[in-house]
Design a protein. Sequence first.
Length: 185
Amino acid sequence: MGTEGLEHAITATRGVLAGVTKDQLGNDTPCAQWKVSDLVNHIVGGQYFFASAVEGAAPDASETDYSAGDFVATFDAASKHTVAAFSADGVMEKMITLPWGQMPGAAFMGIAATDTFTHGWDLAKATGQSTDLAPELAAQLLVASRQSISPEFRSEDGAIFGPEQQAPAGAGNADQLAAFLGRTV
């Protein structure tokens, strides 16, 4: 198993990040109580978190405001590190220790791809960009999410995932994924 899905998610989200302007950083997002700046920080910081977890290092607990600088360049560097970490020999079979337990590297890479992609969708929605991101990848992530996200991972406050929403008729694959993950499309 390679990192192609993760790389594709990174590419889709990077395209959205590149379209964010500084005057949009205060916009609301589909993520409850997050502004665009918070979402940018989560997306960039997430790449550092994924790489640290794979490498067995404690994640950086500092509150870096990536949105205050060149967040696209920082995302590029962080995602390159993430892909390299997941590409290391034996990582897919290795048990990764996370704050909520352990899981095989392949499963964690699936989470990393879904998180990266879905928050790219959130960012696109919040900044008026197209949410029709990487339709083939979105379809694959939707199938995997339907298999792995059970009702106990959902709550009204959206702690992990909100209740599944109905996507409008004719919605694209990324919008369908977002609705399944609890976003209003």
